[in-house]
Design a protein around this ligand. Structure first.
Ligand code: AOF
Ligand code: ZN
Length: 382
């Protein structure tokens, strides 16, 4: 067993199990965090649970509910991926359940930055005489809740920019053809990303060029509750309201939530606005910034609607605007082992660009992952 400073009883495999359970809530707990909990006694798991759906039981109470006999928890150890809550929200405080069940020790992964909790959960447990270890496998626990950590503090969506390119940095051939750049495994992971983010955003250029659906298509699998798979809310940035009424997105707006963000120039076509609304499209009008949607204002409005995370699927113009406004928190860059060549069009991030390397928008490399012959590089804002 790996050695930890925590104490000799700590077994990371139980925390990893709790993380695995937490992930099962992906797609249905937003804007709450993904949380998993495991109860261990005499060297074996006697109970486990996770936060399944927004508004429902928290992980700790789900773990207690799974016990054969509630009295079994007495003297047991709990592994939980996030600081247990101590406030009344949609659910009662988890610390009360932990204290009532006479848990002896709690190993915890992430701190909860929610001002209602933020250290007070740990204090309540310690005041009740429970031994508490914090920051156990913290990096692994933190990694699943980037969206929650940002949103709970400033109510702005966490934005992940995703694009797929060739070895020579192209997102299409010189004719504009782009299906497909990456392989199946990469594309399956993109569906996971779509499931993880409550919103998905694209520019009008992409809608006009590709007529995409921007839906989440995931096969049934054993490690997830399939009813957790849902489509993200589609958000199209369209300052002049050019979106075609016969586009797939507009045609399906009655079934899949769809927002078109525009400016006064777009909204002035009130007849088109009405027809789009009749088809189920919500229209958000923002200030006009150099003829474009005010992206900062848009993020605040979307955050106010409970959209805690957005997957940004460009194209190049919108990607650049988002990056240069400092609104991109993470980038998932897929690189396929092929070269398209051609003139310098079809770049994943275009716009004006910076003048000198020293002005570059900087990110930190967070993960390198292989999907068959493709690689994915995950970068986070520094
Ligand atoms: C936990 N375990 O499984 C979750 C926690 O409205 P509520 O009652 O669902 O509370 C939501 C808040 O509780 C959320 O913002 C976060 O701080 C915490 N979530 N806490 O101990 C859980 N989901
Ligand atoms: Zn709780």
């Amino acid at each position: 067993m790996e050695k930890y400073d925590i104490d000799d009883e700590f077994d990371p495999s139980y925390m990893r199990r709790a993380i695995e359970l937490a992930r099962r809530g992906t797609g249905s707990v937003n804007p709450n965090p993904l949380v998993g909990a495991v109860i261990v006694k005499d060297g074996r798991i006697i109970g486990e649970g996770y936060h399944v759906r927004y508004g429902e039981l928290h992980a700790e109470r789900a773990a207690f509910a799974s016990l054969k006999d509630q009295a079994d928890a007495e003297g047991a150890v709990m592994y939980v991926t996030l600081e247990p809550c101590c406030h009344f929200g949609k659910q009662p405080p988890c610390v009360d359940a932990i204290i009532e069940h006479k848990i002896r020790k709690v190993y915890c992964g992430s701190d909860d930055p929610n001002a209602m909790v933020a250290g007070k959960g740990f204090k309540r447990l310690r005041d009740a005489g429970i031994e508490v270890y914090t920051h156990c496998l913290k990096a692994e626990c933190d990694a699943i809740n980037g969206i929650f950590f940002k949103y709970i503090v400033n109510k702005q969506p966490y934005v992940t920019m995703k694009y797929a390119m060739t070895m020579d940095g192209r997102i299409a051939t010189h004719t504009g053809a782009s299906k497909w750049i990456t392989g199946e495994a990469s594309r399956a992971y993109v569906m996971e990303l779509r499931n993880r983010h409550k919103g998905i955003m694209a520019g009008i250029g992409t809608v006009l060029a590709d007529d995409p659906m921007l839906t989440c298509r995931i096969e049934k699998s054993t490690d997830r509750d399939t009813d957790n798979v849902r489509n993200p809310i589609r958000i199209v940035c369209d300052s002049k309201l050019r979106i075609p009424e016969d586009s797939q997105i507009v045609q399906t707006a009655g079934e899949i939530e769809t927002i078109v963000a525009t400016t006064a120039a777009g909204a002035s076509d009130s007849a088109k606005c009405e027809r789009l609304k009749d088809k189920g499209v919500s229209i958000i009008e923002t200030e006009d910034v150099d003829g474009q949607v005010d992206l900062r204002q848009l993020m605040t409005i979307l955050g106010g609607k409970g959209i805690d995370g957005i997957l940004l699927e460009g194209g190049g113009e919108l990607n650049y605007s988002m990056v240069s406004e400092g609104l991109v928190d993470e980038a998932c860059v897929f690189i396929a082992p092929k070269i398209f060549g051609g003139e310098g069009k079809y770049s994943p991030v275009s716009g004006t660009g910076v003048d000198v390397p020293a002005d570059a928008h900087m990110f930190g490399l967070d993960e390198v992952r292989r999907f068959d012959e493709d690689v994915m590089l995950r970068y986070k804002k520094v």
